[in-house]
Design a protein around this ligand. Structure first.
Ligand code: ADP
Length: 204
């Protein structure tokens, strides 16, 4: 069985994490942020050091390593009854981050919809990242050079993920709106999807 999922997609600072966390509190959804999984690693361990090696420069962690870590984590969550794949929709945040990862995930994940949080205002994103770096102690956003690199990596490596999925699966949301409006727009997309999944699983 592949995990039924929606992908929250957007540039660093577009608000994927903020929205993902809120959606994860709705019954029937399970939020998984790849960056959070990485950050929970012990930085003294070999895996933690590998994460640091790349993320501190604003680069992506290698694909095989990322997918393996993420898959093990999700399987673990299902095993300890935190994630219920039979009844919950997985909310992907920060993964896949390039077309190769999208391909590697096919085996375990069925992406039903891609919610593209579009942010055309580059300054707004940089501002958000700076603020977050201070608030959450995010070393990867601690200086402007790394922020610029992360935005560039998004443009070059991550954006092509949008071409990996069929156009009818992609829904666009303007990420520059207020948080509650962005949430409202995402929920409008999720409601029919959730009802469809529920009906499929229990047609009575
Ligand atoms: P943001 O919320 O700003 O998009 P994340 O918390 O998702 O940032 O990611 C922080 C860092 O963790 C990335 O810059 C990258 O180094 C690493 N990372 C997170 N997810 C992935 C992934 N799917 N593939 C490779 N690297 C990743």
């Amino acid at each position: 069985m592949r995990y039924k999922s929606i992908l929250l997609f957007g540039a660093p600072g577009s608000g994927k994490g903020t929205q993902g966390k809120i959606i994860g509190t709705i019954p029937g959804f399970f939020h998984s942020a790849c960056g959070d999984i990485f950050r929970s690693l012990n930085l003294q361990s070999p895996m933690g050091r590998k994460f640091w090696e790349y993320s501190s420069k604003g680069q992506l962690v290698p694909d095989e390593f990322t997918i393996r870590l993420w898959s093990d984590y999700i399987k673990g969550m299902a095993l300890v009854n935190q994630f219920h794949p039979e009844s919950e929709i997985l909310v992907l945040d920060g993964i896949p981050r390039n077309p190769e990862q999208a391909k590697l995930l096919e085996e375990t994940v069925e992406v039903m919809k891609v919610v593209h949080l579009m942010c055309t205002d580059l300054n707004k994103m940089v501002e958000r990242l700076r603020r977050r770096a201070l608030k959450e102690n995010r070393f990867d956003d601690a200086n402007d050079e790394v922020i610029q690199r992360r935005l560039m990596v998004y443009d070059i490596e991550t954006k092509p993920v949008l071409e990996y999925y069929p156009v009818e699966k992609i829904a666009r949301v303007d990420a520059t709106m207020s948080q509650i409006r962005v949430l409202n727009a995402i929920i409008q997309i999720l409601v029919p999807l959730k009802e469809h999944v529920d009906n499929e699983r229990d047609p009575t």
